[in-house]
Design a binder for this molecule. Structure first.
Ligand code: JSK
Length: 449
């Protein structure tokens, strides 16, 4: 067996997000979020699930940190619920909410686990949505005020900061397709949202620098490598357009200070303008310390003039494996993506801030969860991350999505991504076989293939 050793200082982590695990949706002064509102709206979430209780992490965080320590995690990536600390999104601070995160960070540090904080993981205060939400440029200003509050409270002990998680998902499923909160179906609004999210990212990085904090700051993007169904020119063109739609629309402004021109032209013609003010792109193009990437799947596309505004149709290759999300298992796509990012954008450092799979997990007669498919998925993706590191790509860490089963947005609790199985009837935590497997990988710092 070939041993693939990771760099000595490689960071082994796991990730969660506030709305997906905390529960206590209206406790201790927390304000309503757009996901509280969306999940309470009939018909939006499978089985009528909500994040009202979730994994009850708000009350069980000490037990959960103990489990992280048992796994030997170097780092734990979690998000802060903006309305838990600022119930109205701005102004009055909810000290009890802030105190929860200070206690969580304190427990992590005592356990020898580095906190990695995502400032925005989709749960916008509803009070700000009432003022237009991310379509309103003022929200960028309110985001920086919120970020500064957290920077000042935790900035001296938290080494890794992520401004936003997956702005593409916030913008398009949230504001063009209507499948995520706030459930808007307006493409032009989605483009303005994407811009204001990026602007808020740049402004927050500027503020982080001005505060002279010791940690590193970056952004996490869901990046999906796109492959043409055939080598004919039309399919190749479709591939380039889909790549611009999902990946370059965020990568180019961040790393080059400009939007992809061809796609911008298509949007001008078929969707309409969105407001960019004079030095916006300069602010967005702030130097970042790392790029976080969430990798799950690849897309294969072909040209179909009738399919959507791009004339791009995604296809599902035959004979391939798919996860419970319907996402193709394509570990090589992680290698291809990392090589491309290194070549085209050369980020100073990269963290895989999410990688994982939903499978049909069940508790067997022996009381264990034998999630062999997940172990195979994770191992194959780690192999490809290692290949990229050997090729010179500065991948500094890997966070499994997710530490525990949780609320998978529009799919509710029907999709299990966790290393830890959650029995939602009694909130019991059960380490799956993949958790024990990951513990040995962390301890040995190598995989065998
Ligand atoms: N292209 N056209 N689409 C047309 C229809 O799309 C509508 C829906 O779209 C999407 C696309 C992607 C996602 C998604 C989910 N995760 C997993 C989470 N990552 C952050 C963490 O919270 C995990 O739970 N990653 N990505 C969701 C919805």
């Amino acid at each position: 067996m070939h041993r693939r050793y990771f760099p000595e200082d490689f960071i082994w982590g796991a990730a969660t997000a506030s709305y997906q695990i905390e529960g206590a949706y209206n406790e201790d002064g927390k304000g309503e979020s757009i996901w509280d509102r969306f999940s309470h709206t009939p018909g939006k979430i499978l089985n009528g699930d909500t994040g009202d209780v979730a994994c009850d992490h708000y009350h069980r965080f000490r037990e959960d940190v103990k489990l992280m320590k048992e796994l030997g995690l170097d780092s734990y990536r979690f998000s802060i619920s903006w309305p838990r600390v600022l119930p109205e999104g701005k102004g009055q601070v909810n000290e009890k909410g802030l105190d929860f995160y200070k206690q969580l960070v304190d427990q992590l540090l005592k356990a020898g686990i580095d906190p990695a904080i995502t400032l925005y993981h989709w749960d916008l205060p509803q009070a700000l949505q009432e003022k237009g939400g991310w379509a309103n440029r003022d929200t960028a200003k309110y985001f920086v005020e919120y970020a500064n509050l957290i920077f000042k409270e935790l900035g001296d002990v938290v080494p890794l900061w992520i401004t936003h998680n997956e702005p593409w998902v916030v913008s398009f499923p949230g504001h063009a397709f209507g499948e995520h909160a706030p459930g808007i179906k307006n493409y032009q609004t989605a483009l303005q949202v994407a811009h204001n999210l990026l602007l808020s990212h740049g402004m927050a990085v500027q503020s982080f620098r001005q505060l002279g904090l010791p940690g590193k700051i970056g952004i996490t993007l869901n990046l999906t490598p796109v492959y043409p169904f055939s080598d004919n020119e039309a399919d190749q063109k479709a591939c380039d357009l889909q790549d611009a739609f999902i990946n370059r629309w965020f990568l180019d402004p961040i790393f080059e200070g400009s939007y992809p021109e061809e796609l911008h032209q298509i949007y001008r013609k078929k969707v309409g303008e969105f407001i960019i003010k004079n030095d916006d792109l300069e602010i967005i193009n702030q130097k970042i310390d790392f790029l976080g990437i969430n990798y799950y799947l690849r897309l294969v596309v072909k040209h179909n003039p009738d399919y959507n505004i791009f004339g791009v149709e995604t296809v599902k290759p035959e004979g391939r494996e798919y996860t419970e999300m319907g996402w193709e298992v394509y570990p090589e796509g992680l290698y291809d993506l990392l090589i491309r990012l290194h070549k085209d954008y050369a980020p100073e450092a990269l963290y895989i801030t999410e990688n994982g799979a939903a499978y049909q997990d069940q508790i067997d007669a022996d009381g264990r969860v034998h999630d062999q498919k997940r172990i195979a998925y994770l191992k194959a993706h780690l192999k490809n991350a290692h290949r990229a590191i050997e090729a010179g790509v500065p991948v500094k860490g890997y966070y499994i999505w997710s530490l525990m089963d949780n609320f998978e947005w529009a799919f509710g609790y029907s999709k299990r991504f966790g290393l830890i199985y959650i029995n939602y009837d009694n909130q019991q935590r059960i380490l799956k076989d993949s958790a024990y497997w990951y513990r040995t990988i962390i301890a040995k710092n190598y995989i065998e293939d």
